[in-house]
Design a protein around this ligand. Structure first.
Ligand SMILES: [Zn+2]
Ligand SMILES: [Zn+2]
Length: 368
């Protein structure tokens, strides 16, 4: 069987994806070649596709997007015998992987902050006509470099769940860890897309006593409840910001939230979220992944009430390890796979359009 490495090239907003064929990258020492089996449409891919903020600066030569994915080991490079849990790794094993690679020796890596590595994302760019060809996962095969964490996925965890481990789920785990969501916390989640419903589940897993989820779409709120939210606020029904802030104050007996998580992906909701915080509260920004936008903020309130804002845009290898463990433990009890709608790679344009229009929650490209 001759191998085909189909890849979907994105040129610019409004222009259809182009399906091309690339060589399959050979595995070099320390790395491995992965056959992608499923790749989701992440919110950040959607921002690029739409041309939001500075994401509108695109490569005229086109680029292969996609990073939230799962795949099967196609070829192991010399010296690769185990995953990052120390489990033996062989051709045919299914793995989740870090889609970036902290360098390990820049100033931030040396200071134990690999998530802030300044070199991390360089492996995602380059000439697609040169090895390792496709750098994004909207392709049949990609190459994983030495230093990209890989973890075998337990057989019981389906691809539909495993595919979001390396972006949405790990990102949420990293974020809630950064703001230290803990036993007894009251947490507000702004937005119930892929990130938001995971935030509800992970906050409960970390011991939150109350999770309140906000969204404009009722079935997303229903799913958030199944994922652990104790209360929901439909912002298309409760349309006044001050009323919503008042509801959070009432639910928290006047104190306000300990943690508010922004996963709407819109700077417009940040001011409201900050107002929902109680004294000493922590605000977690994850959703806005493109630059060039601004939000309103009263710094005196932050100072006066000893609040803090944290932003998280990457994650450590340990978060991916925990993500796989979380799925393995919870796959029976959580309706995680209801989030995805499947498309073949040839219909990538439709997948993006449907997710953009809100006709589906999350698109997932299946590469069989
Ligand atoms: Zn992503
Ligand atoms: Zn580094």
């Amino acid at each position: 069987m001759s191998l085909l490495n189909r890849a979907a090239v994105f040129y610019e907003p409004g222009r259809p994806f182009e399906l091309i064929e690339l060589p399959v990258p050979e595995a070099r020492p320390g790395g491995l070649t992965l056959r992608i089996t499923r790749s989701n449409v992440c919110g950040s891919d959607l921002h690029t596709w739409r041309g939001d903020g500075r994401a509108r600066r695109t490569d005229p030569a086109g680029s292969i997007l996609g990073h939230e994915a799962v795949g099967i080991v196609h070829e192991l490079g010399e010296g690769v015998t185990a995953d990052w849990n120390g489990q033996p790794l062989a051709v045919g094993d299914r793995i989740a992987f870090q889609y970036f690679r902290p360098c390990g020796n820049c100033r931030n890596c040396l200071r134990q902050m690999p998530e802030a590595c300044t070199e991390s994302f360089k492996i995602r760019f380059g000439d697609r006509n040169k090895w390792p060809y496709a750098r994004g996962t909207y392709a049949d095969y990609i190459y994983l470099h030495p230093g990209q964490a890989v973890f075998k996925v337990p057989d019981a965890v389906p691809d539909a769940l495993a595919a979001s481990a390396n972006c949405a789920l790990s990102q949420v785990i990293m974020g809630l860890q950064r703001v230290d969501v803990t036993f007894g916390d009251r947490v507000v989640v702004q937005g119930c897309g892929g990130l938001g419903i995971y935030a509800c589940a992970i906050a409960k897993e970390r011991g939150a006593e109350m999770v309140v989820a906000l969204d404009a779409v009722q079935d997303r709120l229903d799913l958030a409840r199944q994922m652990g939210a104790d209360h929901t606020i439909n912002v298309s029904e409760v349309t006044d910001m001050h009323e919503r802030v008042g509801q959070i104050k009432t639910l928290t007996h006047g104190f306000g939230a300990d943690v508010v998580v922004e996963v709407v992906g819109s700077p417009a909701v940040i001011n409201e979220g900050l107002r929902m915080l109680g004294w000493g509260g922590r605000y977690l920004e994850i959703g806005v992944v493109f630059r060039g936008e601004h939000f309103e903020c009263d710094p005196g309130r932050l100072v006066g009430q000893n609040q803090r804002i944290e932003a998280v845009g990457s994650y450590t290898a340990a978060c991916l390890q925990k993500a796989i463990g979380f799925l393995d433990r919870n796959m029976q009890s959580l309706p995680l796979d209801e989030v995805l709608v499947e498309y073949p790679l040839e219909e990538i344009g439709q997948a993006f359009a449907d997710q953009d229009a809100g006709r589906i929650r999350r698109a997932s490209l299946v590469m069989e």
